[in-house]
Design a protein. Structure first.
Length: 268
């Protein structure tokens, strides 16, 4: 109840044009664990409303990337991965409908929540038809907005979560033990793996027969706030080949997709 009260006080204060610096201390405890936060791309050109939404999302422990213009929104989307996009429609340069269509040509997974003053049935239908996952009209109830954000992110996180119960897995004649971080290859040689190597194997196995981009690998295995070279991934895949493909052709199980990433293909 206390957080709810503070949340409503903040949005009322910001919309009245107040100084929000006095509220920044509310977020200090959350900043220490940024790498565990869900990331939201917030695209809204009304400055006071944008700031109020951003502050309330940060209170809820989300990492918010702020964008005010259409072209910038597309660029920010392409530069990183997000757990949710909150998207206004009436934006400078490129409108929200066009942004949504552009994103859906490249990404059919990241949920998009339209947050807009365009409230006709025709607009709602159009937004959902072109790839929006939810549509909330302004003015809106803040608690309802937060709940919609939580549900969209929860739904996506559940569908894409890695199988944490996976204990062993075989690739060719090699057996991976995810509990001991070890692989015994087909010649009986024991190989020790790092935590990141194990996470990368789980990611590729979980998305078998799907291309996983280098960007997705970097952010899911290394984290949002670590920026290794994409060459780092290539070196890890090379080390995997020496174990899993040493007696078969390269690309038998771990296929390289030029300019994109990698795909794990199990034995049929």
């Amino acid at each position: 109840m206390v957080i709810s009260y503070i949340r409503y006080q903040i949005i009322e204060f910001i919309l009245m044009g107040g100084d929000n610096n006095k509220y920044l201390n509310l977020n200090q405890d959350n900043k220490s664990n940024k790498s565990m936060k869900k990331r939201i791309l917030l695209v809204e050109d009304e400055e006071h409303l944008h700031e109020a939404i951003r502050l309330n999302l940060e209170i809820e422990n989300y990492d918010v990337v702020s964008v005010f213009k259409g072209k910038e929104a597309i660029n920010k989307f392409r530069q990183g991965r997000y757990d949710l996009i909150v998207l206004d429609i009436m934006l400078p340069e490129v409108n929200g409908f066009d942004i949504c269509q552009t994103i859906r040509l490249e990404d059919n997974h990241t949920p998009i929540l339209f947050l807009t003053a365009k409230n006709s049935a025709q607009d709602r239908v159009k937004g959902l038809k072109i790839g929006g996952d939810d549509y909330l009209a302004k003015p809106f109830n803040l608690e309802e907005f937060i709940l919609r954000v939580q549900k969209l992110i929860q739904r996506t996180s559940t569908s894409e979560s890695l199988d944490t119960n996976l204990e062993t897995f075989k690739i060719g004649g090699s057996k991976i033990n995810f509990k001991s971080f070890e692989v015994v290859d087909e010649d009986g040689v024991l190989h020790k793996l790092t935590q990141r190597q194990i996470k990368l194997l789980k990611l590729l196995i979980d998305k078998k027969d799907e291309v996983v981009s280098r960007q997705e690998i970097l952010e899911k295995v290394w984290g949002y706030d670590v920026y290794p070279s994409t060459r780092t991934i290539d070196n890890v895949i090379l080390s995997f080949r020496k174990v899993f493909e040493k007696n078969v052709d390269a690309n038998t199980y771990l296929k390289s997709v030029r300019g994109v990433g990698y795909k794990f293909t199990p034995e049929k």
